[in-house]
Each structure stands twice: as structure tokens, then as C-alpha cells.
Design a protein. Structure first.
Ligand SMILES: *[C@@H]1O[C@H](CO)[C@@H](O)[C@H](O)[C@H]1NC(C)=O
Ligand SMILES: *[C@@H]1O[C@H](CO)[C@@H](O)[C@H](O)[C@H]1NC(C)=O
Ligand SMILES: *[C@@H]1O[C@H](CO)[C@@H](O)[C@H](O)[C@H]1NC(C)=O
Length: 477
């Protein structure tokens, strides 16, 4: 057990060394998943990264093989406190294949269901994190940067949720003298729903505390619906609902799905840009922009002015630090998290049913999913992050501003409005207003005045001038 649970210090103090041997029944071998870090000046550099399964999915047991957990949490005889627990129990390595996780090259596949050795189907619903070669989580610093990856959601029906998101977990997973494994064993989970877990930041949670932290949902999706959502936190509470962007919910009901504008029957690339007010990696987060690439082409956005969450439109987050607070967390660094799950209580209706998507209220029932889609799985690949415009070499998603502007359709937004315009008159009215504002209004000091997919004002109120920061952002300075 030495690797993960028990401290050298504790070993020295406690004579019961036999109760403290490593949990070696299953060696912990992290599936390799190379990723890329990119800059505009030097291109992309491969990172030596892997994935690690979350701590809560592991067998926690005594040296003799008795489980240290019961149906209602930890066995309090074996784990009355941190030190005794570390003396009695080890956390075990996992078999990744039977946990629903496989990697190959830069591709990560995660399955909802796995066939057990007895031939039965187990719902494994894995959650995993991106781990660095130093045994700590990779801290992605995405303020003023972008993140890209390819995804195949074609086998995910209504009610499934393949998620790729960022949480402000501790880099070491809360590694401490009683939990020497830390991030190497997937510890330290937290998110903006403030889950009350047995462990909190790698230590025993003895006072029922919630594990709250800033969360940026880059993609929560199945083949029928999707959303990206910032959930900032401040002073111990979080914006649990978030101010997300779900195209269907915004009225663009024919945009996302099998055979639609963004065709989810095939893989596509998801680019997410965290634009700051001054174009730097230390400014205030002013916009989160989404761009999709499929079949080598930038797909027109769902919303006419681009699929954008702006600071001003993110009012639900205001009392939690707003988009700026989310940006500060992105600047400090966040842990990349992957999961696939379904939801026996709400059938994931918040993502894909009612006003959020085309699914019925009941088809997301896991019983239905298991019966009809036992093979459901997500494939994430080619994960890259870095300077805006540096991670995807495609016109409009891509590296060079000149090639981007020359090969882009001259009026993406116009094409878009015709093809994906929502039927709702309210939304149409809004679009019209935006359009006329775009051609007439002037932007104020610090405001955005240009960039790809920008349809707002391009002139600045005197005495300010519109300065291009990068192909995606120009600002009145
Ligand atoms: C807790 O562990 C003790 C010691 O191994 C054992 O005797 C007891 O049955 C366990 N309790 C439960 C509820 O499993
Ligand atoms: C989590 O644990 C680590 C290691 O003990 C510690 O440095 C860090 O401050 C903790 N974070 C929080 C939010 O408590
Ligand atoms: C958090 O609390 C501090 C101290 O009370 C306060 O100054 C700050 O404005 C609060 N932050 C938010 C976002 O409410």
C-alpha cells in the first residue's frame, strides 16, 4: 500500500507494517494519452500524458481483502479517523478495460457498459482525469487560450452524457501523508455541484463538507443535444445552474444532431476559446467562443453572431464572480476531466428534452439505454491547447489569419441565418436587432470591435480606435 495510502512517517511510528503493504492486487497502469500544447510561434508539442480513473471508483480494502467500505460509506471501525484508516486500508489499482476506459494513440474511448466476467453487463460509467508524467494532474491554463479535441458522439442516445470539462481540483489530488497516491490514484474530485463525498481533496471528509470548485463544462453531449457551461464559484458556493449555451435551447433546433448542420453521426472537432478583454492571458474573461470543424471545414455557428457566452449575458454567475471569476480559475489552471454517464432520476432531461433538446422526457431512462444501446461510448481524441488559433490547422479554426480570412465564406453569418434560423419570432426579432446594431452602433472603450464571427459594432466611439489583438478578437483601445 505504501504508494498510496500510508505515509513514510506513519510507517515509522506504527509497528504494524504488515497491515500497510501496497495494494498490489491490481497494478495501477495509467493508459497513455498523448496530448499537445501549442503556440502560434512554435506549433504544437506533444505532452507525455495519461488518464487516471477517479478515486471513488476503486476498491478500498484491508490487507486481508476485506472491503473498507460498506453500502453506507466507509466502515467506521476500520476508518474511524484518517490515521487509523491509512493503517488499515489500501486503495487498489484498477483494470482500465473493465472500468470502461481504453486508449490507443491519442484516442480515448469511454464506455457506459462493460461485459463482466460472468457475462453480465455492468454499468461502469467511468470518470477520469488527465495526468502528467510527474504523477500530478495537468493544470490547463486556458485564460486567453483555446482548447480543441475531436469527438465521436454517434453512439450516444438521448439520456447519455459524454462530458469533457475542467474542474479546479488540487494539482496533487490532495496528496498528503495518509494519501501518498493522490492524483496518481485519481483523488481530489470537486465540482460546482459541491458533491458531499467520502473524501474531500484527498482526505477523509469527517464533517459532511461539500467539495465545491470552479467548473467549466466544455462539452456535455450526446448525439441529440449539447451544451457548454461555465459554473464559477465564490466564497464556498457555486453557480450550479450555470449560464450555458445549448443551441437547441437558444432556438436553433435544426443545428445539432444526426444529419443536421453539425452532423453528430460523424466525428467533429470542438474548439473552445477563452477570450479576454485585452487579448492577453491575464486579462478579464469577456467571452467564451465555440467553433466546430467537420470534414476539414469550419461549420457555421448556430447563432448568427457566433456561439458565444459573453460576460454581460452571464448574469446567473454574477454573485459567484461572473465570467471574470471563471476566467481567474482558468488562469490559475484546471484539471481536464472526462466522463460518460446517465441519470436514473432525471433521465438527463436538463440536457436533451423539453426546451433543451428533441428527446422525449422518458427515453433517457437508463433501463431503456441499456436495453437498446448497450454499446454506447464516446471517443475523444487529439486533445490540444494553447494560443488562440494555434491548435487546429483549418480555415476559420486555424493557424494563419490570412488563410482563415481568405478561405472563409464571405458571409458565414448570412448563410447561417438562412439555414439555421430559429422559427420563433422572438428570436428572429433579437437577431434583427443585433444585425442593425452591428452596422450602426459604435463600441465603447475596451469593447470588442472585430474578429472572426464578430457581428457586433466595428467602429469605436471617439477617441478610441479598433486594434486587432488576434484573428478572433479586436478591441477598442
Ligand atoms: C467493519 O469492519 C470490521 C472489522 O473488519 C468488521 O468486523 C465489520 O463487520 C465491518 N462492518 C461492516 C458493516 O461491514
Ligand atoms: C488540498 O490538499 C492539498 C494537499 O494537502 C493542499 O495543499 C491544498 O491547499 C488543499 N486544497 C484545498 C482547497 O483545501
Ligand atoms: C467573497 O467574499 C469576500 C469577503 O467577504 C468579498 O469581498 C467578495 O466580494 C465575495 N465575492 C463574491 C463574488 O461575492
Amino acid at each position: 500500500m505504501g504508494r498510496n495510502i500510508l505515509a513514510t512517517a506513519a510507517l515509522a511510528i506504527l509497528p504494524l507494517v504488515n497491515a500497510q503493504q501496497p495494494g498490489t492486487l491490481t497494478p495501477e497502469v495509467h493508459p497513455q494519452l498523448p496530448t499537445w500544447k501549442c503556440t502560434t510561434s512554435s506549433g504544437c508539442v506533444q505532452q507525455d500524458t495519461s488518464v487516471v480513473l477517479d478515486w471513488n471508483y476503486r476498491w478500498f480494502h484491508t490487507a486481508s481483502g476485506t472491503s473498507c467500505t460498506t453500502s453506507s460509506g466507509l466502515n467506521r471501525t476500520l476508518c474511524p479517523d484518517e490515521a487509523t484508516c491509512a493503517q488499515n486500508c489500501v486503495v487498489e489499482g484498477v483494470d482500465y478495460t473493465s472500468s470502461g476506459i481504453a486508449t490507443s494513440g491519442s484516442t480515448l474511448t469511454m464506455r457506459q457498459y462493460v461485459k463482466g466476467s460472468n457475462g453480465q453487463t455492468n454499468s461502469v460509467s467511468p470518470r477520469a482525469y488527465l495526468l502528467g508524467s510527474d504523477g500530478n494532474y495537468v493544470m490547463l491554463k486556458l485564460l486567453g487560450q483555446e482548447l480543441s479535441f475531436d469527438v465521436d458522439l454517434s453512439t450516444l442516445p438521448c439520456g447519455e452524457n459524454a462530458a469533457l470539462y475542467l474542474g479546479e481540483m488540487d494539482r496533487t489530488g490532495g496528496r498528503n501523508p495518509y494519501n501518498t497516491g493522490g492524483a496518481n490514484y485519481g483523488s481530489g474530485y470537486c465540482d460546482a455541484q459541491c458533491p458531499v463525498q467520502t473524501w474531500n481533496n484527498g482526505t477523509l471528509n469527517t464533517n459532511g463538507q461539500g467539495s465545491c470548485c470552479n467548473e467549466m463544462d466544455i462539452l456535455e453531449a450526446n448525439a441529440r443535444a449539447n451544451a457548454f457551461t461555465p459554473h464559477p464559484c465564490a466564497n464556498g458556493s457555486c453557480d450550479k445552474g450555470g449560464c450555458g449555451f445549448n443551441p437547441y435551447n437558444r432556438g436553433y433546433t435544426n443545428y445539432y444532431g444526426p444529419g443536421l448542420t453539425l452532423d453528430t453521426s460523424k466525428p467533429f472537432t470542438v474548439i473552445t476559446r477563452f477570450i479576454t478583454n485585452d487579448g492577453t492571458t491575464s486579462g478579464s474573461l469577456s467571452q467564451i467562443q465555440r467553433v466546430y470543424v467537420q470534414n476539414g471545414k469550419t461549420i457555421p455557428s448556430a447563432a448568427p453572431g457566433g456561439d458565444i457566452i459573453s460576460a454581460s449575458a452571464c448574469s446567473s454567475a454574477a454573485s459567484f464572480g461572473g465570467l471574470a471569476g471563471m476566467g481567474q480559475a482558468l488562469g490559475r489552471g484546471m484539471v481536464l476531466t472526462f466522463s460518460i454517464w446517465n441519470d436514473a432520476s432525471g433521465y438527463m432531461n436538463w440536457l436533451d428534452a423539453g426546451s433543451n433538446g428533441p428527446c422525449s422526457d422518458t427515453e433517457g431512462n437508463p433501463t431503456n439505454i441499456l436495453a437498446n444501446y448497450p454499446d454506447t461510448h464516446v471517443v475523444f481524441s487529439n486533445i490540444r491547447w494553447g494560443d488562440i488559433g494555434s491548435t487546429v490547422n483549418v480555415p476559420g479554426g486555424g493557424v494563419s489569419s490570412s488563410s482563415s480570412s481568405s478561405t472563409r465564406p464571405s458571409s458565414t453569418t448570412t448563410t447561417l441565418r438562412t439555414s439555421t434560423r430559429p422559427v420563433s419570432t422572438t428570436t428572429v426579432t433579437k437577431i434583427t436587432t443585433t444585425t442593425s446594431a452591428a452596422s450602426q452602433a459604435t463600441q465603447t472603450h475596451w469593447g470588442q470591435c472585430g474578429g472572426q464571427q464578430w457581428t457586433g459594432p466595428t467602429a469605436c466611439a471617439p477617441p478610441y480606435a479598433c486594434k486587432t489583438q488576434n484573428p478572433w478578437y479586436a478591441q477598442c483601445l
